[in-house]
Write a protein that binds this ligand. Structure first.
Ligand code: ATP
Length: 234
């Protein structure tokens, strides 16, 4: 049984039909890259999985074999699927440590907050700093740590490198490599193709809300025409 399966998923915002018959399979402990142009439907795919924001979703979404397609966002979160949305969402007036504590307190079976400092050493030095005083990269680390402290089985990262300087992207890459050794499955959407090619073994490309291609990232690296056609990479 796969960890997550999307079978013929359609999604809508009010009357706007955005995802069309989308299929996706994710095995335990994989890092899956979800790629596509601006507006292709990557964020909407993640929202459909966690049951947030979209007005309606159709088709089957199973997690550990259980149909979650009509479950609420809250129920899905409790099953161990966490979304780190685009743009950093940390509490600006709470310290790093408090941000982690609040996330831990709302989880069913949280990890010790201290463990997060082992995975994200940069946060250890910033424990007492307010969220609003962190750099973009530090906020992104904290966002991922806040999700991870809740011990998710499936972590969904929406464009984590957006707006980050290249050197910070390298730090994030390093951290995410460690995260994967923590027994977490990850789906990561990206415009930064180089970043995901380094991180994941398998990728899905979506275009206009539908499956366009899927395969190994090793194959994708050698398929320039796919990158040109679907990812606007020259
Ligand atoms: P981006 O990289 O720009 O976030 P994306 O691949 O994640 O792109 P989505 O954000 O899923 O794409 O958007 C898919 C389509 O759904 C777009 O046409 C977008 O305008 C529309 N859309 C996204 N969010 C909403 C919303 N809350 N209400 C209505 N339409 C939306």
């Amino acid at each position: 049984m796969s960890l997550l399966e999307l079978d013929g998923v359609d999604a809508y915002y009010e009357n706007s039909h955005v995802l069309f018959d989308l299929d996706m399979t994710v095995e335990e402990n994989e890092i899956i890259a979800l790629l596509g142009r601006n507006g292709a439907g990557k964020t909407t795919t993640l929202r459909s999985i966690v049951g947030s924001t979209v007005t309606r979703r159709e088709g089957e979404i199973t997690f550990r074999g259980e149909d979650i397609s009509s479950r609420s966002a809250n129920q899905i979160s409790r099953k161990g699927i966490k979304l780190v949305p685009e743009g950093r969402r940390v509490f600006p007036t709470l310290t790093v440590h408090e941000n982690l504590q609040v996330a831990a307190e709302t989880a069913v079976d949280p990890r010790p907050v201290e463990e997060m400092y082992d995975i994200f050493p940069v946060l250890d030095d910033l424990r007492g700093n307010n969220g609003q005083n962190l750099s973009g990269g530090e906020q992104q680390m904290l966002s991922v740590a806040r999700a991870l402290v809740q011990r998710p089985d499936l972590l969904l990262l929406d464009e984590p490198t957006e707006g980050l300087a290249p050197v910070i992207v390298d730090d994030l890459l390093e951290v995410l490599r460690n995260v994967v050794e923590e027994d977490v499955t990850v789906i990561i959407t990206e415009q930064n193709v180089d970043f995901v090619l380094e991180l994941s073994e398998r990728a899905y490309i979506i275009d206009k809300g539908a499956n366009a291609w899927d395969g190994t990232t090793e194959e994708l690296e050698n398929r320039e025409e796919l990158l040109d056609e679907y990812l606007s990479v020259s």
